[in-house]
Ligand binder design. Structure first.
Ligand code: ACO
Length: 272
């Protein structure tokens, strides 16, 4: 592992700043690892977490092809920092009470900024892998859903707790959830705020693989190595195609395939 500094622009964020927020970021060749690192608070997330995640995404080193998201300690993440629900809030970041008085435009902008921390994990140029153990609640579940793939330890537990707390899931998680499990199951899971264990997550397609906890890191390494075995340009184009497939008709998808393949053929063979 090396390179604890992200980028060199105005958006750069160094390791000590990340540590104060409760995050680590490490790059090892083509693999970057983001670690939620506030284990004593079960990796609870704040607005600063999401803003730092967005800055990591904006400044991701060009060579990175795989991004692993993991949690330190007993849980992947216990979701949003519950101090947001108190009048005092999170120091320097306010509370839901203070946000409620900001006006609609400002509130919308604040949530959009938070979503930026999650959106970049879908970029076609990378494959993002959530390595989930223990609890992944609310924002923790949504962070796992923002990733392309989820590898779970057998003690992993997902819960979309927001409706139980009076909120909706707004950190980009509702679309992947519905896409993966279907509308009825998504309604059932969210509106009961029940816990889904690793075995059920695998059955529902919320996990690509479930392994014993001590094998989680190796399973993620193996998956990353397999992903890195494919051609970078082809991988990017294929992910772009797959991401667009559900929103297109068969005819439009065929056209998109032709377009991407023509680009691949030109890139690979134009000079021969
Ligand atoms: N925000 C702030 N602090 C938290 C959070 C959280 N979301 N979750 C846990 N902590 C803190 C606890 O207050 C406790 O701190 P303390 O040691 O200073 O008292 C510490 O983390 C350990 O928590 P425990 O509850 O003792 O840990 P345990 O391993 O027994 O349970 C669990 C873990 C199940 C995750 C539990 O902490 C929990 O239910 N947390 C709240 C989950 C939640 O409701 N999140 C909000 C979801 S909605 C959303 O994300 C938008």
């Amino acid at each position: 592992m090396a390179e604890a500094t992200v980028g060199g622009s105005a958006g750069a964020i160094d390791a000590s700043e990340l540590a104060a927020i409760g995050l680590r970021f490490e790059v090892d060749g083509e693999i970057a690892t983001i670690t939620l690192d506030r284990p004593d608070k079960r990796n609870a997330q704040t607005f600063a977490t999401w803003s730092a995640l967005a800055r990591i995404g904006e400044n991701l080193p060009e060579q990175v092809r795989v991004v692993v998201v993991e949690g330190e300690g007993p849980s992947f993440s216990a979701g949003i920092d519950l101090r947001m629900f108190t009048p005092e809030g999170v120091p320097g970041q306010g509370s839901f009470g203070s946000h409620a008085t900001r006006g609609d435009e400002s509130l919308d902008r604040g949530i959009a900024e938070a979503q930026q921390g999650f959106l970049w994990l879908r970029k076609p140029e990378i494959v993002s892998i959530a390595a989930v153990h223990g609890h992944a609640i609310g924002a923790g579940f949504q962070l796992a859903l923002a990733c392309d793939l989820r590898i779970l330890a057998d003690d992993a537990k997902f819960c979309m707790k927001e409706p139980a707390l009076g909120l909706v899931p707004d950190l980009t998680g509702t679309k992947p959830l519905v896409d993966i499990v279907g509308l009825p199951r998504a309604i059932e899971m969210c509106l009961t705020a029940r816990t889904v264990d690793a075995r059920e997550a695998l059955t529902l397609g919320l996990a690509e693989l479930v392994v014993p906890g001590e094998e989680l890191k190796q399973a993620v390494r193996d998956l990353a190595a397999a992903v890195l075995g494919t051609d970078r340009g082809a991988a990017t184009a294929t992910k772009r195609l797959l991401q667009g497939a559900q929103g297109r008709s068969l005819a439009d998808q065929c056209a998109a395939e032709r377009h991407e393949q023509a680009e691949r053929i030109k890139t690979m063979f134009a000079r021969s």
